[in-house]
Design a protein around this ligand. Structure first.
Ligand code: NAD
Ligand code: GLY
Length: 367
């Protein structure tokens, strides 16, 4: 696999008929947001939804670019982190949009990580029954995953992402320069989602990560550009095949059956999303080996890569009934049985319903 070029702009199409859009990836793109919006035919008022940290770091660059291109930006700032993903913060955004007299044709920019993308995207989905929005992801999780595919929403105390809507962005603008200020812990959390793509769909990407993890931990430009573009290609092709997750898209939930349960059990405070996914992948691969879908070698290779990335892998102290109970509140449940994405080989997974008795046997005997 030859590395994806880093100097030019990489463009990935998300082909979804009348909801098709482009993902544009280039260093410095943040300073050209205004021009990118004009190219799409937008004008006038623009809502910029961001969080308190990014309001200092990048909002001024974006609003300057918007003003230069003749737009009227209106910034809405929410608290940072997972605890902003609530209906209360949706309401704050909707109030601001209504007071500032935003209309159906007005556009909203989601400037931030996955939390801002999910939250602001959901506000865009419901305000006047839907306004266009643009994703400007600033974390690795958001650049490789959450900004693409149109899943928007917020958490409910009972379970993660239980309230939401499918609402595709009309453009995704990725500026890898923004990653320079990302806290180390958040950077590593993003690597978990990239490992996920290797496991579910691309053995070559997985092998690339094994070779380049040292360079990625140093955030070297070439490998970083490569993993962002390759991840976006994989996500775009899965979403194009199954936009509303009736079948194939479920593979993107690898590591999330256990991962989401751990996030909810920790009340969204102890583990950040990518860390929970890393633990989820390690545990779900072990489960897959236990039920006979994959070999010990697959489990060991993935475990080693997760460790190399400096990500957590062990289940935090939790009882079987708490974990199983939290898994029941996930969206990935049908007739009371959660489903789980399980590796067969590196680059290939199966989706299988989980029986309580089988899961308990694995839980009690796990290595
Ligand atoms: P996040 O959005 O909470 O961002 C993490 C932290 O980094 C925040 O405190 C933020 O202020 C800060 N930050 C963001 N960009 C920064 C930058 N460039 N420099 C410095 N600080 C920066 O976390 P996340 O990991 O990006 O997103 C996790 C969320 O995404 C979860 O809620 C998860 O469910 C969701 N998600 C959604 C999808 C989807 O398809 N919609 C996919 C994956 C994850
Ligand atoms: N991150 C899961 C999905 O987009 O479907």
């Amino acid at each position: 696999m030859s590395p994806i070029a880093q100097t030019e702009e990489n463009r990935v199409q998300v082909p979804l008929a009348e909801r098709s859009y482009e993902i544009r990836i280039r260093r410095g793109l943040l300073r050209e947001v205004g021009r990118c919006l004009s190219d799409l035919g937008f004008s006038g008022k623009v809502a910029v939804v961001t969080d308190r940290s990014l309001a200092k770091l990048y909002e001024p660059i974006v609003t300057k670019s918007l003003k230069t291109s003749g737009f009227e930006p209106h910034t809405i700032v929410v608290r940072a982190g997972e605890r902003a993903k609530t209906l209360r913060w949706v309401s704050v955004i909707l109030d601001e949009l209504a007071r500032a007299r935003f209309e159906r044709g007005s556009v909203l920019l989601a400037l931030g990580g996955g939390v801002i993308g999910d939250l602001a995207g959901f506000a865009a989905a419901v305000f006047v029954r839907g306004i266009p929005f643009i994703q400007i992801p600033t974390t690795l999780v958001a650049q490789v995953d959450s900004s693409v595919g149109g899943k928007t929403g917020v958490n409910h105390p009972v379970g993660k992402n239980l309230i939401g809507a499918f609402h595709q962005p009309c453009l995704v603008l990725i500026d890898p320069e923004t990653l320079n200020t990302l806290p180390r812990r958040e950077w590593k959390a993003g690597l978990a989602e990239v490992i996920k793509y290797g496991m579910i769909a691309d053995a070559e990407l997985f092998a690339y990560l094994e070779r380049q993890m040292g360079a990625l931990l140093k955030m070297e430009e070439g490998p970083v550009a490569h993993i962002i573009a390759r991840s976006c290609q994989i996500k775009a092709s899965v979403v194009a095949e199954d936009e509303r997750e009736s079948d194939r898209r479920r593979i993107l939930n690898y590591g999330h059956t256990v991962g989401h349960a751990l996030e909810a059990l920790g009340k969204y405070r102890s583990l950040i999303h990518g860390e929970a996914v890393a633990i989820g992948m390690v545990q779900e691969a072990d489960l897959s080996c236990h039920v006979g879908f994959c070999s010990k070698e697959v489990v060991a290779r993935q475990g080693e890569l997760v460790r190399q990335a400096g990500l957590p892998h062990a289940l935090p102290p939790v009882t079987f009934s708490k974990l199983w109970g939290a898994m029941q509140h996930d969206k990935k449940v049908a007739q009371g049985r959660p489903y789980c994405v399980m590796p067969e080989q590196i680059g290939r997974v199966v989706i299988a319903p989980l029986e309580r008795s089988e899961f308990k046997r694995w839980f009690v005997n796990r290595s």
